[in-house]
Design a protein around this ligand. Structure first.
Ligand code: CP3
Length: 349
């Protein structure tokens, strides 16, 4: 049997020719060539809105390293802007959005997402798809409704997201309506990404771990499931990777309820549990600590050996437990990819 793309094989239950590897935030500030293009674009949003430059930075990590996937260069918060929110990224503070904290604030948002404002993302997918090597997979993405809502409610980054978490507990009407609009918008957005050429999708619910167990069902599992089933009614079947960071033991329920092709787990999740509880049912992505990648050396080598020896290659997508940190020396990423390949043996898997 001729093997297909390693990442697609693992996501669809086939035996891959080798263990796939890609990294969350693989394009970004740790690469000097990214910083150069970013400076040329003038701003992060200017870069996201320019498909030519966005496709260039999407491909930068693939030029340096033997990775199995490209993830379209965009951001989970672009959808807020396409719903009418103001959005800005400031170097010192990160994202700044119109805070949403009342019925009036939600009603000021559009009912439907304006895909025209996201057209650079679709054009970037088209451009990247044309030049990807045959073994590489093109990944599209969106944020989980809860995570995007939390940034919209806070009006940007916040250390403990207390305003958003309090809204999640109290559940005022405006909060429910905001979540519904984000579900609908994410369906339209992901379906359009598949139409533009995305072969697999990842949903980043980065702040899932903020919620107590009794709220996970309604604010994580159900909205993410609604996004996936809504999208699947529109476009051909594509595998979905779910990253609900911080769920711990609840990753199992999340994966089953959302019918995920793979579940992406943070660095605190024990590998023996991953293998015995998650892997018999589905593929797992993760979970090298991004700080270990930044530290490098023997700490990196031994952490990689531990993951590759404990998790079988046919059900595993090598990745980090969260995104690449900006201070990571680029050569550590090269070393990581080589170590993963060596650990699995030449052509092995
Ligand atoms: O290689 C890739 O993964 C490319 C695309 C990508 C970006 N953001 C580019 C980006 C992806 C998949 C994201 C997802 C994203 N964005 C998440 C989910 C993953 C996670 O990290 O938890 C979240 C929460 C965001 C929101 C966001 N975007 C914040 C809070 C910030 C500011 C803090 C920071 O990390 O800079 C961003 C900015 C951002 N998004 C940058 C990049 C490359 C840095 C912008 C710059 O160049 O100045």
């Amino acid at each position: 049997m001729t093997a297909g793309k390693p990442l697609m094989d693992v996501l669809t239950g086939r035996i891959p020719s080798r263990r796939p590897i890609w990294l969350m935030r693989q394009a970004g500030r740790y690469l000097p060539e990214y910083r150069e293009v970013r400076a040329h674009a003038g701003s992060f949003l200017g870069l996201c809105d320019d498909a030519k430059l966005a496709s260039k930075v999407t491909l930068q990590p693939l030029r340096r390293y033997d990775l199995d996937a490209a993830i379209v260069f965009a951001d989970i918060l672009l959808i807020a802007r396409a719903l009418g929110s103001k959005l800005d990224f400031r170097d010192s503070e990160g994202p700044v959005l119109t805070p949403i904290r009342s019925d009036v604030d939600v009603e000021a948002l559009a009912r439907r997402v304006d895909l025209e404002r996201l057209k650079a993302v679709f054009e970037t997918l088209v451009r990247v798809k044309k030049v990807l090597a045959s073994h590489q997979t093109l990944i599209g993405f969106c944020g989980g409704p809860w995570t995007v809502a939390s940034y919209m409610i806070e009006g940007g980054s916040s250390e403990d997201r207390l305003v958003a978490r309090e809204a999640a507990i109290r559940r005022p009407d405006w909060f429910e309506e905001l979540m519904r609009r984000l579900v609908d918008a994410s369906i339209d957005y992901l379906a359009a990404q598949v139409e533009a050429g995305a072969e697999a999708l990842q949903i980043f619910d980065s702040w899932a771990g903020d919620l107590p167990e009794n709220l996970q069902e309604e604010l994580i599992f159900e909205p993410v499931q609604a996004v996936i089933t809504g999208m699947r009614k529109r476009v051909k079947a594509v595998p979905v990777i779910g990253f609900a960071r911080g769920l711990g033991a609840a990753h199992r329920d999340f994966a089953i309820k959302c019918n995920l092709a793979a579940v992406s787990v943070e660095q605190g999740v024990p590998l023996a549990w991953v293998k015995s509880v998650l892997m018999p049912r589905l593929s797992v992505q993760g979970n090298l600590d991004p700080l270990i990648l930044s530290v490098g050396g023997e700490a990196l080598d031994s952490a990689v050996r531990r993951i590759t020896s404990l998790l079988p290659a046919h059900s595993h997508v090598f990745n980090l437990g969260h995104g690449v940190r900006p201070e990571t020396p680029p050569e550590h990423v090269g070393r990581l990819v080589e170590t993963v390949r060596q650990a699995d043996g030449a052509g092995g898997g």
